[in-house]
Design a protein around this ligand. Structure first.
Ligand code: ATP
Ligand code: MG
Length: 254
């Protein structure tokens, strides 16, 4: 056992003749944000899907908090605290922000509240939802219907829904996608504030966000990690620059 909360060892996945995960070893440690960057089609989303359980690897093991989860279902992994956070949640636009998050808290904790009366149960769920909203600075929007939120706020709401599921790590696949600069800077600040609580595996094309947030960066190219290290190490790594970062790492490298 290392100090890693999540460990991938020798992970392999192919779609027919196309190898998309080619012997990946990767660790995520407590308190850190580990960014996985690389060109379109490199296999980043496919890797996250194997971690969350949506896809089964052909070979290799995934261990989470010291437990081998390779053969667990998506649902069992989510219960274990390995929640896929983006792109799987659908916001209910006619429900308020608070209701959306309370429903997620109920999915997670509903059965443990079943001995409480209806009113007490509702209070507990709303408290849990407000706590998740507070972590993301969304508490003032609690009573707004979700459909009325701005694009950036909807992404924050998705994150709040994920947090209400009490994950032990966050797997974020392009959380900044579609955001303007101001929204992405604000989300970066929010994620900086919560990464000690939730280790983050971050896939992101926004290099400004990556280099601000990440404690470690790994560069994935054609299913293999070609460089890994601190942001400064990766920034200056010739292979990483050649493969992905180019000459302007702070620009839009995608
Ligand atoms: N279900 C599938 N069947 C066949 N090929 C697939 C499947 N899913 C992904 N691929 C292929 O696997 C490769 C890796 O795709 P993946 O979505 O993991 O890339 P990515 O690094 O997330 O790219 P992007 O930055 O564009 O999101 C691509 O060539 C893609 O076309
Ligand atoms: Mg992808």
């Amino acid at each position: 056992m290392t100090g890693a909360v999540l460990e991938l060892r020798g992970l392999h996945k192919a779609f027919g003749a196309l190898v998309v995960t080619d012997g990946i070893d990767l660790d995520l440690h407590r308190g850190e944000c580990h960014a996985l960057i690389g060109p379109n089609g490199a296999g980043k989303t496919t890797l996250i899907n194997q971690i969350s359980g949506a896809l089964q690897p052909d070979a290799g093991r995934i261990s989470f908090e010291g437990r081998d989860v390779t053969d667990l279902s998506v649902a069992d992994r989510a219960v274990a605290g390995l929640g896929r956070s983006f792109q799987i949640t659908s916001i209910l636009p006619d429900f308020t922000v608070l209701e959306n998050v309370a429903l997620a808290a109920q999915r997670r904790d509903g059965s443990s509240f079943r001995f409480l009366g209806r009113a007490a149960r509702e209070t507990r769920l709303n408290d849990a939802a407000m706590e998740a909203l507070g972590q993301l600075g969304l508490e003032t929007r609690a009573d707004v219907v979700a459909g009325a939120l701005s694009y950036g706020e909807k992404r924050l709401l998705e994150l709040a829904i994920a947090i209400a599921g009490q994950p032990h790590v966050l797997l974020l696949d392009e959380p900044m996608a579609g955001m303007g600069r101001a929204e992405s800077e604000s989300l970066t600040a929010t994620l900086l504030g919560i990464k000690k609580r939730y280790p983050i595996l971050l896939i992101e094309h926004d290099m400004e966000a990556v280099f601000q947030l990440a404690d470690r960066v790994s560069v994935l190219v054609a299913g293999a990690i070609v460089a890994s290290g601190t942001p400064d190490e990766v920034r200056t790594d010739p292979q990483a620059r050649a493969a992905y970062l180019g000459d302007d790492h702070t620009g839009d490298a995608a």
